[in-house]
Design a protein around this ligand. Structure first.
Ligand SMILES: [Zn+2]
Ligand SMILES: [Zn+2]
Length: 102
């Protein structure tokens, strides 16, 4: 779970709204459970948003985007990142000679 204030006020403190206590017929305490995340920002009272699931999904996407074997070489002239195979080539941006990766 990663809570943020929907007003982005930056207080960083949140209060749970939904803590439900179950009791049995005799009124004895049975369990304490949290329902769906329901939190408010203590700083400004706005509803808090749970971003806890988002970074994990973004990280999964990023891993899929990583190219498996190619190495990027920075052009010494213009610092363009060039994926280099094991052959010599020219920078596609400025035409500088790039040494092959061995
Ligand atoms: Zn707030
Ligand atoms: Zn270049």
């Amino acid at each position: 779970m990663w809570l943020v204030c929907s007003n982005r006020c930056g207080a960083g403190i949140f209060r749970s709204l939904q803590a439900e206590v179950d009791v049995d017929a005799a009124g004895a305490y049975e369990s304490h459970r949290f329902l769906q995340p329901g939190f408010i920002c203590v700083g400004c009272g706005a509803p808090a948003l749970d971003l806890g699931q988002v970074p994990a999904e973004m990280a999964a996407d990023a891993e899929e985007d990583v190219a498996p074997a190619l190495l990027d070489v920075l052009c010494p002239v213009c610092e363009t990142a060039v994926p280099v195979l094991e052959v010599e080539m020219e920078c596609p941006n400025c035409g500088a000679y790039l040494e092959p990766v061995s």
